[in-house]
Design a protein around this ligand. Structure first.
Ligand code: NAD
Length: 256
């Protein structure tokens, strides 16, 4: 049986640890027939080590999404490897420590700016850097958010950064639709990754899921989010763009 990404070429950012949502996305994408290329931050060696645990070997290239030189040469480097792209996965988030964990009212703008640059603006920069490779009938861009409709405990300036990411997703959908490039997000429930562990008091936030999510939620399982990303990369959402699909055990639907 052929997979839902058979014949697709996909660039995947954000593989850092085995707990990374992007690692499971990469694994599932290969299982579903995609040829993938990974980008790495802060060091390719870290990502290369984790990439050895994937079903098939894959090339890893260095990419800091805030580095214009890295972005400028991305299409050429990826083009030389894969020729073209059908999909791009943005699985990137970062905020300095003083922008997280209950310090919302005192965070300096410099830290807010970093969070916005890495976590929101980068969806646009990454997409534009890859756009020259998606001229062959279009493509699918998929990012990861944490529901920005609400103020959460401890999440602080990552909240406004995710709100900016969600808006950026809609504007990309608006401006790239003519080229048949879709842009969508998976809104994931909490997962115990590196990014999550760097949020002081993350446990408090995660506990909300134990209390209220209609479907049982496993903090240690990034696979459901990865499955959502793979579905959006596939041809099974051909007319969906500017959308946010919740993979959160249904918590977003519950008021109290
Ligand atoms: P993770 O720590 O495994 O991944 C975060 C990634 O961001 C890392 O691979 C890191 O290398 C990358 N990154 C940070 N700064 C970068 C930069 N300047 N350039 C390029 N890459 C950079 O954690 P994760 O939970 O897999 O996070 C992936 C995405 O999922 C993030 O957008 C995160 O906000 C989102 N998300 C996570 C959760 C959760 O609870 N873990 C929930 C919803 C959404």
């Amino acid at each position: 049986m052929s997979g839902i990404l058979e014949g697709k070429r996909v660039l995947i950012t954000g593989v850092l640890m085995e707990s990374s949502i992007a690692f499971h996305t990469a694994r599932l994408a290969q299982e579903q027939g995609a040829e993938i290329i990974l980008t790495a931050f802060p060091r390719p060696t870290l990502t290369e080590r984790i990439a050895r645990k994937l079903p098939k070997p894959t090339k890893v290239i260095e990419l800091d999404v805030t580095n214009d030189e890295h972005l400028g040469r991305l299409a050429e480097v990826v083009g030389a490897e894969l020729g073209s792209l059908d999909g791009v996965v943005h699985s990137i988030g970062f905020a300095p420590q003083d922008a997280l964990g209950g310090n919302f009212l005192n965070t300096p703008f410099e830290s807010v700016a970093t969070a916005m640059h890495v976590s929101a603006f980068s969806l646009k920069s990454l997409t534009m850097a890859c756009l020259p490779l998606m001229q062959n009938g279009g493509g699918s861009v998929v990012g990861l958010t944490f529901d920005a409709q609400y103020a959460w405990p401890q999440y602080d300036w990552m909240g406004p950064a995710k709100a900016a990411l969600e808006a950026t997703n809609r504007y990309l959908a608006r401006d790239l639709g003519k080229q048949n490039v879709r842009s969508n997000l998976i809104s994931a429930g909490p997962i115990g990754s590196m990014a999550a562990k760097s949020i002081p008091g993350f446990g408090e936030l995660a506990a909300v899921w134990d209390d209220r999510a209609p479907l049982e939620w496993d903090l240690k399982d990034p696979e459901p989010a990865g499955r959502g990303v793979v579905a959006l990369l596939s041809d099974w959402f051909p007319k969906t763009t500017g959308e946010i699909i919740h993979v959160d055990g249904g918590l977003h639907a519950i008021g109290a």
